[in-house]
Ligand binder design. Structure first.
Ligand code: NDP
Length: 473
């Protein structure tokens, strides 16, 4: 083996998988003063990585074989896996197990489905295992991600000093927190991604209203997002949306958004969140709408055929029918409702899996480093801390904000509907709001129907369960 930088058994931690995220995370670890050993399936990548590490190379041990990799880490070892989720993780764990001692720890830092993490935590037997969700993309991984940990607390405590050091900081506080046992960290990361889908979709819908409904040019749209980024909506996603809208294609000189195909990609984490929400009977309609919107965005041919068959909707809103101020307020309301749904899902999972997920700490860990970081999360953390178990919608600060903005959301959704502009996430947010403030809903009709055709029984408002109606023939 060609030893590139350091002697054996000196690394405080090891990392496998020098792809986009792994390479950035390894540099971050070295940058924070920890010696790290790295191994990658394709050896050339390891060589190139160490060669390009500059001053940090002195803290990095590049290895050619898994055996040398394991030997170069101080026992008891901690090894981060940063490889694609699924079978590759299982295979990598199996290969490592043959080389590790009983108290060595494996940390899966990829985007694992939390059910897999639950299973792995059990399958590895006594071998310490952590599943950590890492958010923030390549830049976050390099300079400070948000880290959501899952597994036994004692395992987290063994590496917390490293994970906290490399994480993003909010006013000096690390955005790296232990969430609970087994797959709790990966579960919280999945909900984070679900919220991210909905946040992005709602922003895209306001972009569509500005572009198609209000006839605004991309420069003006970029300026509007930049203005919103100075107010209540201040967040990474609003900031980058403004920059994306304002950027020109160097080749054609057109706005970049005009040259990008309107079909959104996805790696499946939003879909996992929606599927899991159904298992938990958690209501996350804005996230669901966002995942569906991505699926529909891929159906370009059918959408084009639909436009040919039915004609394009009128789209243009009547002059002065909608102001940018109203649109901003609608997005504020939509965002609060989307996060209320995400936190409700976390509450349900916490009960279901017995995890005691720390809701305020989750809002805190998302304040910096991750894609959904925003100023509003600071207030959400306070609201969730004030009263556990209460919907974010009902927390005084957010209830006041919703009272001030839900009318705008209704106006925007109504205008959009009247003029054929699709706003699935905003409208599902509004339907959620209307449902959740209706004490007497319409499910009595459903119960009547169920009893009529299936004798399923119902509860009477004046007392008595398992009642049946006099339906007759
Ligand atoms: P990349 O595709 O950039 O890198 C994948 C890495 O995994 C490479 O080092 C690759 O090695 C290695 N690898 C692939 N297949 C195997 C295999 N069969 N056996 C061993 N090693 C293998 O992926 P990312 O860095 O983007 O993602 C890594 C993980 O991080 C994923 O789980 C992803 O979902 C998650 N993640 C990604 C984010 C992002 O923004 N990209 C954000 C947050 C999480 P080789 O060089 O030999 O191909």
């Amino acid at each position: 083996m060609r030893e590139r930088t350091k002697s054996m058994s000196t690394a405080e931690i090891g990392l496998i998988g020098l792809g986009t995220m792994g390479a950035a995370l390894a540099l971050n670890i070295a940058d924070n003063g920890f010696d790290i050993a790295v191994w990658n399936r394709t050896t050339e990548k390891t060589t190139a990585f160490v060669d390009k590490a500059g001053d940090l190379a002195s803290r990095i041990t590049g290895t050619d074989t898994l055996e040398d990799f394991v030997k170069s880490i101080k026992a008891p070892r901690a090894i981060i896996l940063m490889v694609p989720a699924g079978k590759i993780v299982d295979d990598q764990i199996a290969a490592l197990r043959q080389l590790l001692d009983a108290d060595d720890m494996i940390i899966d830092a990829g985007n694992a489905n939390f059910h897999d993490t639950n299973r792995r935590a059990r399958d590895v037997g006594d071998l310490p295992f952590l599943g950590i969700g890492v958010s923030g993309g390549e830049e976050g991984a390099r300079f400070g991600p948000s880290i959501m940990g899952g597994g036994k607390r004692e395992y987290w405590d063994r590496v917390a000093h490293i994970l906290e050091a490399i994480s993003a900081k909010h006013k000096g506080q690390p955005c790296a927190t232990w969430m609970g046992e087994e797959g709790a960290g990966h579960f919280v990361k999945a909900v984070h991604n679900g919220i991210e889908y909905a946040d992005m979709q709602m922003i895209a819908e306001t972009y569509g209203i500005m572009r198609d409904g209000m006839g605004m040019h991309h420069d003006a749209i970029g300026t509007t997002f930049a203005d919103w980024d100075k107010g209540v909506l201040r967040s990474y996603l609003i900031e980058i949306s403004g920059k994306v809208a304002a950027t020109k294609d160097p080749e054609s000189g057109k706005p970049m958004l005009d040259v990008i195909v309107d079909a959104a990609g996805q790696k499946g984490t939003g879909r996992w969140t929606v599927i899991e929400a159904q298992h938990l009977a958690a209501a996350i309609p804005a996230i669901d709408a966002a995942v569906v919107a991505r699926n529909l965005s891929a159906q370009r041919q059918t959408r084009a055929a639909g436009q040919e068959m039915f004609g394009a909707a009128p789209h243009h809103l009547p002059h002065d029918s909608l102001s940018l101020d109203t649109l901003e307020k609608a997005l504020i309301a939509g965002k609060i409702l989307c996060y209320a749904q995400g936190f409700e899902m976390i509450t349900k999972a916490s009960d279901h899996y017995g995890w005691t997920l720390p809701l305020p700490a989750i809002a805190e860990v998302w304040r910096e480093g991750c894609i959904i970081r925003s100023d509003m999360l600071d207030d959400m953390a306070s609201a969730l801390r004030d009263e556990t178990g209460r919907s974010l919608m009902l927390a005084p600060k957010f209830a006041k904000m919703l009272k001030e903005t839900h009318g705008a959301l209704r106006h925007v959704v109504a205008q959009a509907a009247m003029h054929g502009l699709a706003v699935p996430a905003l409208s599902s947010g509004l339907a959620y709001f209307d449902t959740m403030r209706t004490a007497r809903g319409t499910a009595n009709m459903i119960q009547g129907q169920r009893d009529f055709f299936g004798a399923h029984g119902f509860e009477r408002v004046d007392g008595g369960t398992d009642q049946h109606g006099p339906w007759g023939d």
